[in-house]
Write a protein that binds this ligand. Structure first.
Ligand SMILES: Cc1cc2nc3c(=O)[nH]c(=O)nc-3n(C[C@H](O)[C@H](O)[C@H](O)COP(=O)(O)OP(=O)(O)OC[C@H]3O[C@@H](n4cnc5c(N)ncnc54)[C@H](O)[C@@H]3O)c2cc1C
Length: 177
């Protein structure tokens, strides 16, 4: 049964996305799209019942700010809902596209730009494990992180995890060991 309120990408939008991210980074069907449409909501029988099976109309994997801006602008121009996704380890269904549209996978947009004076500057898909591993030799450690820190991304933790429930500069800060 189709998802109520499902929003499909138009053929012209589907044709434009590969020009931004390359055809290997646009997923429009099959297991790949199903996987990119899920997080760990199925841990909860309540959410499994309420969310059911939802699949995006398409997903793109972006690797730079420019790609992100262009993909988001195209979707916005067509009034297409966007679901950002990091490592999709969230267990409340926050990375599930409830109304189809476009999933934007940010896990490859992941450079750690700088760690200094107790502050990490990183692209959103940077994994916490890599941040921690780079911070340690500099004499810092992450002040808080989830038990899924080996997979999860810095933006996913701030937008969807407990990192977002403390002041975000506190969560993203690295403190002296
Ligand atoms: C077994 C298990 C244990 C867990 N333990 C913990 C724990 O100890 N503490 C804790 O806090 N959480 C925990 N979690 C939840 C989750 O793993 C973490 O919150 C994790 O940090 C989420 O990161 P992610 O990259 O997987 O985010 P995702 O699941 O990909 O995304 C989470 C939310 O952030 C949004 N998002 C992702 N990237 C961006 C972006 N760049 N811009 C805007 N929005 C974005 C998504 O749309 C989604 O709403 C656990 C989950 C499981 C399954």
């Amino acid at each position: 049964m189709p998802t109520p309120g499902f929003v499909s990408l138009s053929p012209s939008l589907l044709a434009e996305l590969p020009t931004i991210v390359g055809s290997d980074n646009v997923v429009t069907e099959g297991k790949g799209l199903e996987t990119l449409s899920k997080d760990f909501y199925w841990y909860s029988p309540v959410l499994t019942d309420r969310i059911g099976e939802r699949v995006a109309s398409a997903a793109v994997k972006v690797q730079s700010l420019e790609q992100l801006k262009q993909a988001a602008a195209l979707a916005h121009a067509d009034n297409i809902p966007i679901t950002p996704r990091g490592a999709a380890t969230g267990n409340y269904g926050q990375a599930v596209p409830l109304f189809g549209g476009l999933v934007i996978d940010l896990s490859g947009f992941d450079r750690i730009i700088d760690i200094s004076e107790g502050v990490v500057t990183a692209e959103p898909g940077a994994r916490l494990v890599h941040v921690e591993n780079q911070a340690r030799p500099l004499g810092y450690e992450l002040r808080c992180y989830p038990s899924t820190w080996v997979k999860s991304t810095i933006a996913g933790f701030l937008a969807g995890g407990s990192g977002g429930s403390v002041r975000s500069h506190g969560a993203a800060c690295a403190s002296p060991v």
